[in-house]
Design a protein around this ligand. Structure first.
Ligand code: C2O
Ligand code: CU
Length: 460
């Protein structure tokens, strides 16, 4: 049984000495009702399993007549939504036309290390990287974004991110909403200067933009038919944690509208459930059904962030009804990982270290036997929250103590990011049974990752 001891840090880095930037919080009573007026942008889809992706500087219209300088995949902000099926073979040609090195990581996809787009694999300006991998994941919303060491926060903030949807037979049998009734929602924050260009000046351990964007649209609205919609939510912020809810803003009571949670990072949950508020961190995904069928035409439903008191997206119910005969509740039988044969402990220290160490690209921090179930424990001592993300395998969250003290319904099933708040201890079960080789684990608060809160491990 391998045991990893808790290493405590004796040195203090500059960033750890600075106070942790706190996420600005607001109570629900302070929700600012703004006029949502820009049509929600829906990125184009790529459905061919052989495709090209080019990262380059460009401009995007984010609404209200604002043109913004951003970095884009294929000229789109956010990038195009890739749609593939389990069993497809992906051939992707990536071209770097940015003024600096980068690489694409397929977040949530089970791929071998050569296709994982890790910091060691960055390519220079003008270079090309060829990806070639089979899709072995089950149906889920994954995503793709850059993964160079120390500039990932900046590159994602500048606009490089896109959704990657996987379909499979289990999901198809449910007849869930599709076409215009299945909408990806990439939620993030941004700060813009007077001319409308992004400002990114992280201090110490985080960055909080002043404006929310959904699919790169500022103050967006979406006209919805009176029927069931499926929203594929991806939190694409670098630091900000959102607490999502739906509300009819025209009611003084600011009433919550329940929605049906059916999936998360790793696809369908063991069972769906009705929820009114869900807290989600950078990198996490949600799969939700919302039934607008019983609402009066012209009702406005607002997707809100309770933490910041933000209106994120306004749904405007139209006169058009559409029938829906797909599933309204979902169950999925997910194998339970059990009987861990090894335990590992990871202390997320300050804003840059794991077990007292800064990331070193050339150091393998630990070895993990292939195919062995292990119990990994994540602990934070403050300076959080730390969204912990692991490459190379999905995991199952089995307990949380301290802080919020429980595993939430959206944390069941398979996960690849788990939010660890200050003074929380979270246990997960994990088994690497897809590929051998070197992978990374890191904080998905991208400024923490850039500061060094990352480890290499080798599955062998
Ligand atoms: Cu979404 Cu290693 O990252
Ligand atoms: Cu962190």
């Amino acid at each position: 049984v391998a045991a990893v001891s808790l290493l405590t840090s004796c040195e203090t880095t500059l960033t750890d000495a600075l106070p942790s930037p706190q996420q600005p919080e607001a109570s629900a009573a302070r929700v600012i009702v703004r006029d949502a007026r820009n049509p929600l942008f829906i990125p184009a889809t790529i459905t061919n399993s052989s495709f090209g992706l080019t990262a380059a500087p460009g401009t995007a219209t984010i609404g209200s007549g604002t043109t913004t300088s951003v970095w884009q995949y294929n000229g789109s902000f956010p990038g195009p939504t890739i749609v593939a099926k389990t069993g497809d073979n992906i051939l992707a040609t990536f071209q770097n036309k940015l003024p600096e090195p980068t690489i694409i990581h397929w977040h949530g996809m089970l791929v071998d290390p050569a296709n994982d787009g890790q910091p060691h694999q960055v390519i220079r300006t003008g270079e090309t990287y060829n990806y070639n991998f089979p899709v072995i994941n089950r149906a889920a919303l994954n995503w793709y974004h850059p993964h160079p060491h120390m500039t990932i926060g900046k590159q994602v903030y500048n606009g490089l991110a896109g959704a990657f949807i996987i379909r499979d037979a289990e999901e198809a049998a449910l007849n869930l909403p599709t076409g215009k009734y299945e909408v990806p929602l990439v939620i993030r924050d941004i700060s813009l200067d007077k001319s409308g260009n992004p400002v990114y000046s992280p201090t110490g351990g985080g960055y909080f933009g002043k404006t929310p964007l959904v699919n790169g649209t500022k103050d967006p609205y979406l006209d919805v038919d009176k029927t069931v919609y499926r929203f594929r939510v991806l939190i694409g912020s670098t630091s900000r944690v959102f607490k999502l809810k739906l509300s009819t803003t025209n009611l003084p009571t600011n009433k919550e509208i329940p929605f049906t949670l059916i999936g998360n990072d790793g696809g369908l949950l063991p069972s769906s459930s009705n929820q009114t508020q869900i807290e989600v961190c950078p990198g996490e995904r949600l799969d939700v059904l919302v039934d607008f069928g019983s609402l009066d035409p012209s009702t406005k439903v607002m997707l809100q962030d309770v933490n910041a008191g933000w209106n994120l997206l306004e749904f405007r119910v139209t006169n058009t009804s559409a029938s829906y005969s797909g599933a309204l509740t979902v169950t999925s039988s997910i194998p339970t990982l059990s009987a861990p044969v090894a335990k590992r402990f990871f202390s997320f220290d300050g804003m840059s270290k794991i077990n007292g160490k800064l990331y070193d690209m050339h150091r393998i921090d630990f070895m993990v036997p292939f195919g062995q179930t292990e119990l990994w424990t994540f602990k934070t001592n403050g300076n959080g929250p730390h969204p912990v993300h692991i490459h190379g395998a999905s995991f199952q969250v089995i307990s949380r103590t301290g802080g919020r003290g429980r595993v939430f319904p959206w944390e069941r099933g398979w996960k690849d990011v788990v939010l660890v708040n200050d003074f929380e201890t979270v246990d997960v079960l994990i088994r690497f049974d897809a590929y051998k080789g070197v992978y990374v684990m890191h904080c998905h608060k991208l400024e923490h990752e850039d500061n060094g809160m990352m480890m290499n491990f080798e599955v062998k």
